[in-house]
Design a binder for this molecule. Structure first.
Ligand SMILES: Cc1cc2nc3c(=O)[nH]c(=O)nc-3n(C[C@H](O)[C@H](O)[C@H](O)COP(=O)(O)OP(=O)(O)OC[C@H]3O[C@@H](n4cnc5c(N)ncnc54)[C@H](O)[C@@H]3O)c2cc1C
Length: 468
């Protein structure tokens, strides 16, 4: 059986990894860019290898950790040097409260001590048991935006200053438009337990399996040398296993020759296969699927995408007056700032700390409903962000290095009902176009673990579908 994987991002590579050792399966990965990895990319910056995209993955989901185990790089994973994070809110940096579930406070006192909420916002949070006593919990199968659920239960400030920066930040999204089921299933579980979301969050946390004794397990992992080392390890493993990996080869269209799929490249070559894993971004997959199925193409094509810009900056230590302990800060949208987050990369990762103490920052700008950064040229963007860094951290000196990476249409935005639409699209493909399977960030999670899981699931689905 021949399988072609369209797109060599982390999802496509994970699909190829799943297929690589199967007897009688010949796999070809066709990647449009001249390198593998898609959004997972690392490049030299200042004296370090610094990620231009993701710099960590969630350790509490199994998929990425398991893949690293299989690739023999588990022992290279590194937990962040600090778990402390900050919010730039009400004029200064204030600690992210420790007792939260995705920003939903589980301890009113702990939130009060951080100063993140105003007295009115705190009072509204404290009144939640009373306010929600006549509300009903989220129903089974009922999907809402995260904003609808959080605002109604705990008030606007909890939503705007805690939940939206934390959850919206991960997705470069606006949680007033994002599906609670698809983007924050833990909050959906809390909302189904109780209309008082804080009480529901406490129940969800209490129901979670007890942590094993000893030091707490890390929430995230990074990789010394950057996340691209994961891509390198995957590529080496695929090549060793005999998988053909073509870079610089865009798939321009899909066709059929009887039961055989033809992936036609922009150069005019046909890659013939019995099955296709479509692991390109959703707009590309929509275009490739459209000649076969308009409804599936519409489902994929209607997923909105947010653009982000990531700006790396370096300074000598003495040029950075305020660098509190921690991994960085998030900026709630209500603050009106251009930056959405600032990672103190050289504090966050031991492998990025330098004996000289030089400081590396990664500043993010742009989200679903904020296109200002994308519209600015590099000079204006840098100037504006440096003014904001002056306000937040007191930095006035010229950086010793700056790198701007633009990621247009990088983050799929899951609107309410997303999971149902994806399941319907998959069912349609499986029934009407056997051998054509979807993978990637547009399906069930934008994070690296979810993308790995989706790639591997797609690979299993093509094998099961074609064998059936
Ligand atoms: C700035 C940034 C920071 C992030 N931070 C984190 C983080 O810290 N932790 C985390 O878990 N996640 C993070 N993410 C999200 C995560 O990196 C992505 O969601 C994930 O890598 C997407 O993987 P993918 O394989 O689905 O898609 P992609 O990486 O987009 O891969 C798709 C591939 O398809 C290729 N392609 C496109 N068209 C064609 C074609 N016609 N023919 C052939 N190939 C084609 C592309 O070149 C690309 O290589 C971040 C993303 C960004 C942009």
């Amino acid at each position: 059986m021949r399988v072609v994987v369209v797109g060599g991002g982390i999802a496509g590579l994970a699909a190829a990894h799943e297929l690589a050792d199967l007897p009688d399966v010949i796999t070809t990965v066709v990647e449009g860019a001249d390198r593998l990895g898609g959004k997972v990319h690392t490049a030299p910056f200042a004296d370090a290898d610094l990620d231009t995209g993701p710099d960590a993955f969630l350790a509490r989901r199994p998929e990425a950790v398991q893949l690293c185990r299989e690739l023999g790089i588990l022992d290279r994973l590194e937990a962040p040097a600090t778990g402390k994070a900050w919010l730039w809110v009400r004029g200064r940096l204030r600690p992210v409260p420790e007792a939260t579930l995705l920003g939903v406070p589980t301890d009113v006192g702990a939130v009060a001590r951080t100063g993140v909420l105003s007295p009115a916002g705190l009072a509204r949070l404290a009144a939640a048991p009373l306010v929600t006593r006549r509300q009903r919990p989220l129903g089974p199968g009922e999907d809402r935006t995260i904003g609808q659920v959080v605002r109604r239960s705990l008030g606007d400030e909890v939503h705007e200053r805690l939940v939206d920066p934390l959850v919206g930040g991960i997705n470069a999204g606006n949680t007033d438009a994002l599906s609670i089921d698809a983007v924050a299933p833990q909050l959906a579980a809390a909302a189904r337990r109780s209309a008082d979301l804080a009480a529901g969050a406490r129940e969800v946390q209490a129901a979670a399996p007890a942590a094993p004794p000893g030091a707490p397990a890390p929430v995230f992992f990074g990789l010394p040398g950057g996340m691209a080392r994961l891509v390198d390890a995957l590529e080496a493993r695929l090549v060793r296993a005999g998988v053909e990996v073509r870079t610089g080869s865009q798939v321009a269209s899909l066709g059929r020759d009887g039961a055989t799929w033809l992936a036609r490249t922009a150069a005019g070559d046909d890659v013939r296969a019995d099955a296709v894993v479509l692991a390109a971004p959703a707009p590309v997959s929509a275009r490739l699927v459209r000649p076969f199925d308009e409804a599936v193409a519409a489902t994929l094509g209607n997923i909105a995408h947010a653009s982000v810009t990531l700006v790396a900056l370096a300074w000598p230590r003495e040029a950075v007056p305020r660098l509190p302990p921690g991994s960085g800060f998030l900026v709630p949208r209500g603050e009106g700032r251009l930056m959405t987050a600032c990672s103190w990369s050289s504090s966050k990762w031991a492998h990025l700390a330098a004996p000289s103490g030089r400081v590396l920052l990664r500043v993010s700008a742009g989200r679903a409903d904020d296109h200002r950064a994308g519209a600015m040229d590099d000079d204006e963007l840098e100037t504006r962000l440096r003014l904001e860094l002056r306000d937040a951290m007191g930095i006035v000196a010229t950086p010793s290095a700056v790198r701007i990476t633009r990621w247009p249409d990088a983050f799929p935005q899951y609107a309410p009902g997303h999971l149902g639409r994806i399941a319907a699209a998959e069912a349609t493909l499986s029934a009407r176009h056997p051998g054509l399977v979807l993978a990637g960030a547009a399906l069930r999670g934008v994070g690296i673990p979810a993308c790995i899981g989706s790639g591997r699931a797609a690979a299993r689905a093509v094998v099961a579908g074609v064998a059936a």
